[in-house]
Design a protein around this ligand. Structure first.
Ligand code: TXD
Length: 308
């Protein structure tokens, strides 16, 4: 059976996500954006690339939601991207309006849907999508931890000159300046980096990971990262569609886990056909637990400003 994904937002992350999905033949794609002509043009262009790339997935662009009917998955990327000097939190108000509007429309046409939220500020936008969609908590999940840990893996690979495939990184917490990279649970071929690198080098990698998004914004000047973010969103789509039960760091709705209640925070989850099938609780040191609490508090503060 063919699967169907609605990608909302045909900007950098959305268009790249759509391209990766059809190239991997994961699903047919409907690409939706408010700007007239952009999703239609990008969709047609990507469809034509199938003749050369050798995929047969359908991809169409639209400004409306009728075409999205019967989607299995929605990847929500619409919103404003950060500009230099702008925090993810500055985006809250505007992106709340956009996410609430788009999620209300997409769920009108597809009720049996899983939603992967990408729009920033990520954890708060997951909560907007959960409230507006009224879907069960396991069906609304946020993409951030895979990206943050991919960045950490990349920085470790640069430092040690080894394959990223051998590196596993763990990053918890909200997707913001308070994220919590966990060196004790970050390994190279199974060995924690705390045994392989000096505390100074570990601290430098942790710091660069937490500032990984801003580093790219400062280079690009007119937008934020999208190659690694789209790869991360597509890994989630693949885990869900192929019921892989992959353990991935995602923003999940916590109800007591890690002592956090009623909030989306980044934690390791088992991702499969039912979305977030399980939340994995790692044992934390008092310092790690305090850092996670601080991160959750900043998510709670933003959620307190939501109006939906
Ligand atoms: O780790 C993560 N979660 C993130 C999040 C990693 C990278 C980017 N992250 C956030 O994703 C970023 O801060 C933004 O909030 C979103 C989208 O980033 P992108 O780089 O794709 O932004 P663009 O290129 O500006 O694209 C946004 C598109 C653009 O085409 C707008 O016309 C469209 O969103 N848009 C809308 N589409 C549909 N409906 C509405 N209402 C709408 N409003 C804007």
């Amino acid at each position: 059976m063919r699967r169907k994904v609605t990608v909302i937002g045909a900007g950098n992350v959305g268009a790249t996500t759509a391209q990766r999905i059809v190239e991997k033949e994961l699903a047919d794609v409907v690409l939706v954006d408010v700007v007239d002509g952009v999703p239609q043009g990008k969709g047609l262009d990507m469809y034509q690339s199938g003749a050369v790339e050798g995929f047969d997935m359908k991809i169409v662009g639209s400004n409306a939601y009728e075409e999205t009917e019967g989607s299995d998955l929605c990847i929500m990327t619409a919103g404003l991207a950060r500009k230099p000097g702008m925090s993810r939190d500055d985006l809250l108000k505007k992106n709340e309006e956009i996410v609430a509007d788009c999620i209300a429309k997409v769920t009108r046409y597809s009720r049996d849907l899983t939603i992967v939220v990408v729009t920033n500020p990520l954890d708060a936008m997951c909560e907007v999508a959960r409230r507006v969609s009224k879907l069960p908590k396991n069906k609304v999940v946020g993409m951030a931890g895979i990206l943050d840990s991919a960045r950490m893996r990349a920085f470790i690979a640069m430092e040690m000159n080894v394959s990223m495939a051998n590196i596993h990184a763990t990053v918890l917490g909200g997707h913001g300046d308070t994220m919590v990279p966990l060196p004790r649970y970050t390994t190279v071929a199974g060995v924690p980096i705390t045994e392989l690198l000096t505390p100074e080098r570990v601290a430098a990698i942790v710091k660069r990971t937490a500032g990984g998004g801003a580093e790219i914004v400062n280079f690009l000047k007119t937008g934020s990262a999208y190659y690694a973010p789209s790869a991360a969103a597509v890994e989630m789509a693949d885990a869900i569609f192929n019921d892989k039960k992959k353990i991935l760091p995602c923003a999940a709705y916590l109800e007591g886990e890690y002592g956090i209640n009623g909030l989306y925070v980044g934690v390791p989850v088992v991702l499969g056909k039912d979305g977030v099938e399980k939340i994995i609780e790692l044992k934390l040191t008092p310092e790690e637990a305090a850092a996670l609490k601080k991160s959750a508090d900043s998510v709670a503060e933003l959620c307190g400003l939501l109006t939906c």
